[in-house]
Ligand binder design. Structure first.
Ligand SMILES: [Zn+2]
Length: 85
């Protein structure tokens, strides 16, 4: 598994929805890949923030949308952090 393979699986990975063999591959990749380890940590942190703001865990499709917005807001998707609010 490569970084590009892992990224689209992250949500299912975190929710435990991946097939066991895929999950094992994902875990092995994260264990050996500093970039994905950090990415995953940020991802989890963001989900926790979103859940905190919402007061409860959000349905996946909603949290994914919010996550995209939050990541964008934080300037985590490749773009430099902006000064806009
Ligand atoms: Zn990786």
């Amino acid at each position: 598994m490569r970084c590009d393979d892992l990224e689209p699986l992250l949500t299912d990975f975190l929710e435990g929805d991946l097939p066991a063999d895929v999950e094992t591959e994902a875990l092995e990749h994260v264990a050996g890949c500093r970039a994905c380890d950090l990415y995953l940590a940020e991802y989890v942190e963001t989900i926790e923030l979103v859940a905190e703001w919402g007061g409860e865990a959000l349905p996946t499709e909603v949290s994914q949308r919010m996550l995209a917005a939050v990541l964008n807001d934080l300037g985590i998707n490749g773009s430099a952090p902006g000064t806009g609010s």
